[in-house]
Design a binder for this molecule. Sequence first.
Ligand SMILES: *Cc1c(COP(=O)(O)O)cnc(C)c1O
Length: 385
Amino acid sequence: MIPYGRQDIRQEDIDAVVEVLRSDYLTQGPAVPRFEAAVAQHCGVEHAIAANSATSALHIACLALDLGPGDWLWTSPITFVASANCGLYCGAQVDFVDIDPRTYNLCPQALERKLAEAQKKGRLPKVVVPVHLCGQPCDMRAIHVLAQRYGFKVVEDASHAIGGKYESAPVGNCRYSDITVFSFHPVKIITTAEGGMAVTNDPKLAERIGLLRSHGITRDPAHMTRESDGPWYYQQIDLGFNYRLTELQAALGLTQLERLDAYVARRHALSLRYDESLAALPLTLPWQHPDGASARHLYVVRLTLDRIAVSHRQVFEALREQGIGVNLHYIPVHTQPYYERLGCVQGRYPEAERYYAEAISLPMYATLTEAQQDMVVEALRHAMA
Ligand SMILES: *Cc1c(COP(=O)(O)O)cnc(C)c1O
């Protein structure tokens, strides 16, 4: 089976992890700060806080922005459930904004219309989470303008997008957002097994996220509410969690990060090859917005259903039967049973639902070979015939 995505682990990754296993620190040592500094430098951002997953990083990013009961978080319906769940963890309510039919990202025009409506009802969101689907950056400039006008905070879910660029600058520079979050799950661009990172230019947010990552405990006398009892002393000043990344994971992240540019270049080459070999088929191929450069995490095609004699499901099943591990990113979050129980209804985000009826993610990862890619193309041609 050719999977839709997979990690690339090399000898230097293994050596780096083994070196940590033989060192004094398995957690809370020097590797995590080194990994944080390396990611911050890559992004051109001031602060980076590693966490044990992007889900955890999204949770404490929202808490650091004071998202809580009575507040609203808005995101795209075409995302992994974690982009929305982070709002629910904080006790806030979650709502969705339909997607742009070209990029499949949260549509800034739909956002603007929904904000104008919400203002009338006094129900403006406190946090909006744009998701850079497939690694393609959202229209961040437009979202930033709306954030200024309506007074909401922006957390970029860049789980797919490390190595991508927006306006020629790296995703994660937070020029148009308060916080950006990355994921290092094995199917993503680089991996730490499980792992994530929040980056920001705001020192107060960075400090708060760091505190929430580790129980809400500080050892810094400057942050204590009363004087230290002695050298053993620490204070819990907030209700935090244990969301820490281990030293082993950070060591892996560091060696992976060194290959980030090569990975993204390889993904671009593979995307171009797909673009060329699929051009004649009744498909909508990925479209690149001129303001950005996708990290090419996923290669999603949409079937032109009125030009083929088979259904979306039949094409999907035929590909799986031929050993092609296609996937579907994503089931619209508002149609998940849990979200329906919270009052979400189908039919409200027509572009998202149309996308879901047509989309298939083809295999895309740095170690995918040309021969494997040709097999995918042949299998798809066969499945659609
Ligand atoms: C993978 C992913 C997440 C969650 O990442 P984890 O590191 O697995 O917690 C969140 N949002 C999106 C869009 C993702 O693809």
